[in-house]
Design a protein around this ligand. Structure first.
Ligand code: TRP
Length: 331
């Protein structure tokens, strides 16, 4: 029996290189070894975008295209739409009893988001409880592994706590212990050098960027502001092309040599930008090609989502039935 992966993303915008090195790469790598479910978390996105459901709706197919573009293979992985699996929300309601408000308030990811979005005293209850819904996503598939970016780690911990509490209270072991799997780079820097690449910060390189967009973004990468003339010695720390070379350039010895040269002086930023542009273009070009193929046949993409959702629904319904049995709510 293959072990199970459940993971996903909120469809609030196109996916970027941060998603790629944080988790998409792992999903592509592991899909043959695991039974993999990938959810497009539109309902979770709505806990934040409820005033603009159209925005979420629009992005569902775009995220599906991103998945297919990076090489998530619909023959090996089940891609589905969260809102179309109502069993998840039924599970959420029962799991809600197994978490305290105080515990949710301590969830670091949630705390960060509440601060960032300036929600203060007007936190929607739906948003506040989305970690429980996320636990339901994971537990509905009895997942063993969740490939995600670093910021999602607290969600996995919370999921395990809910599962343990369920087992303890209802004396039935239904769920597996879940592990997060963080990619080669849990948190990729933005092109402006800020700690995190994100759509809302406007510092992202998207997997669907054209060669021209990519080039512009690489040229705009933050470097050492004190490195004015090529001969000047430069600082490597916080230098975005170097940060990206560390992540994407397979030739680490050459990267180290370049760093030494840059520190010494005599190495221009243009050389480094050219190098990282070539590497990123080689990474993104096949994605662009695959995206174009699929985008030509959106009927097929919709069919992938429809059949994936149907398969996912069957699994979630079985788990819901196990949960109700364990709780004795069968009439
Ligand atoms: N919270 C994830 C994000 O922000 C999306 C998500 C929803 C998810 N349910 C999940 C991720 C379950 C992993 C497992 O993109």
């Amino acid at each position: 029996m293959k072990k199970i992966i459940l993971t996903g993303d909120r469809p609030t915008g196109p996916l970027h290189l941060g998603h790629y090195v944080g988790s998409l790469q792992n999903r592509v790598k592991l899909q043959s070894e695991y039974n993999q479910y990938v959810l497009i978390a539109d309902a979770q996105a709505l806990t934040d975008y409820y005033e603009n459901p159209e925005h979420v709706r629009k992005n569902v197919e775009q995220v599906a295209l991103d998945y297919l573009a990076v090489g998530i293979d619909p023959k090996q992985s089940t891609i589905f739409i969260q809102s179309q699996v109502p069993e998840l929300f039924e599970l959420t309601f029962y799991f809600m009893n197994l978490v305290t408000v105080a515990r949710l308030e301590r969830n670091p990811t949630l705390k960060d988001e509440i601060r960032q979005k300036n929600m203060k005293d007007s936190i929607p209850a739906g948003f506040f409880t989305y970690p429980v819904s996320q636990a339901a996503d994971i537990l509905a598939f009895k997942a063993d592994l969740v490939p995600v970016g670093e910021d999602q780690q607290p969600m996995i911990e919370q999921t395990n706590e809910i599962a343990r509490r369920f087992h303890h209270l209802y004396k039935t072991e239904i769920f597996h212990d879940v592990k997060a799997m963080i990619g080669t780079t849990g948190r990729l820097t933005g092109i402006d050098g800020k700690a995190k690449m994100s759509k809302s910060l406007g510092n992202a390189i998207y997997l669907g960027d054209t060669p021209n967009e990519l080039k512009k973004k690489v040229n705009a990468m933050y470097t050492d502001p004190n490195h004015l003339k090529v001969e000047d010695p430069g600082t490597v720390e916080g230098h975005v092309p170097f940060t990206f070379l560390d992540v994407f350039d397979p030739n680490k010895t050459e990267v180290e040599a370049l760093k030494e040269h840059y520190r010494r002086g005599g190495l221009g930023d243009g050389v480094l930008k050219k190098r990282i542009l070539e590497i990123l273009e080689a990474e993104i070009a096949p994605m662009r090609q695959r995206r174009e193929q699929y985008a030509k046949d959106m009927g097929y993409v919709k069919e992938i989502l429809r059949s994936g959702t149907e398969a996912a629904r069957n699994v979630a319904a079985q788990t819901l039935s196990d949960v109700k049995k364990a709780m004795g709510i069968v009439y």
